[in-house]
Design a protein around this ligand. Structure first.
Ligand code: DO4
Ligand code: MG
Length: 286
């Protein structure tokens, strides 16, 4: 089951089940779960969403604007979980090469704070490259949707926008390379855990279009990830609580080669099996 947040043309915000090209709105009541995050807190989010679905209000998906599937959750990200990310980071940073090499094999993963909800863009909304960065890439990442009890309840597509020149200059600059306005894409919706394919069969694809031409295309599979979801969630939850739940991007296995940087107006499509495609256009300095 796929659950989306959406806005109608009249500006009403709701939660609905996505079934192909249709949206089945959920009846959210003042005395019941009022948000998508609240549904994810239920013992059985699938059953609750079925109960709330109102088939008399079905609408074509094209009639609504999809919103990022986030309420008040924090967004965190894991890094260097694929060999490709380790190699790219070691290439970009003379000073920190050994840090990336070591973290790939260390029991403790790299986990960092990525975004608060106001820094997140949904599908069709712009993502930003910093005005003070010269080398920028999207990072296509399978994203875990975790509730306040640290239960993995679903998955979405994530884009961990990154300024490689800032990160490569000095590892202490990582928060500036990673966290800024419109730095994180999430969407187009959440697929509940029961609706996902087997972990090792999940493919992740990135395509970047410029003036209608594909200027980069790459793919990987979750089978290439060096860590399990349970391991990452276990480390994230050590002495750390998330009263509203949390999103965890699981790291990138697709990095364009070192000559590539994003341009304004590039269109980034990230597709993940079992979920769908997150599409964002690049903006800068506005
Ligand atoms: O330390 C660099 C960030 C790593 C990252 O974001 C990734 O591997 O996806
Ligand atoms: Mg990343």
């Amino acid at each position: 089951m796929k659950l989306a947040r959406y806005a109608t043309r009249e500006g009403q915000v709701g939660v609905g089940q996505v079934e192909g090209e249709r949206l089945v709105p959920l009846d959210l009541r003042a005395d019941g779960p009022a948000t998508l995050a609240a549904i994810l807190e239920a013992d059985d989010p699938f059953e609750l969403a079925q109960q709330l679905a109102n088939s008399s209000r079905v609408a074509p998906l094209s009639d609504v604007q999809l919103l990022p599937p986030i309420d008040q959750q924090e967004v965190w990200a894991a890094g260097v979980t694929y060999k490709r990310s380790r190699a790219a980071r070691m290439e970009e940073s003379e000073t920190a090469a050994s840090c990336y090499d070591r973290v790939y094999v260390s029991p403790r993963p790299e986990i960092f704070f990525k975004a608060s909800p106001h820094r997140v863009a949904g599908t069709g909304q712009p993502l930003r490259i910093r005005a003070d960065a010269t080398w920028n890439v999207p990072e296509p990442e399978l994203t875990l949707v975790i509730n306040s009890k640290l239960r993995l309840v679903g998955f979405t597509v994530g884009n961990d926008m990154s300024s490689r020149d800032i990160e490569g200059d000095n590892p202490l600059y990582l928060p500036q390379a990673k966290v800024y306005n419109q730095c994180c894409g999430l969407g187009p919706w959440i697929t509940l855990a029961s609706g996902m394919p087997q972990r090792d069969t999940i493919g992740i694809r990135l395509a970047i279009r410029r003036g209608g031409q594909v200027v980069f295309a790459g793919e990987t599979s979750v089978a290439q990830m060096a860590r399990s979801f349970e391991d990452l969630i276990g480390w994230l939850g050590r002495d750390n609580s998330f009263p509203h739940g949390v999103f965890l991007l699981t790291g990138t296995g697709v990095v364009p080669d070192s000559t590539f940087t994003l341009h304004v107006d590039d269109v980034m499509d990230i597709s993940i099996d079992g979920i769908g495609t997150l599409t964002n256009t690049v903006v800068q300095g506005s």
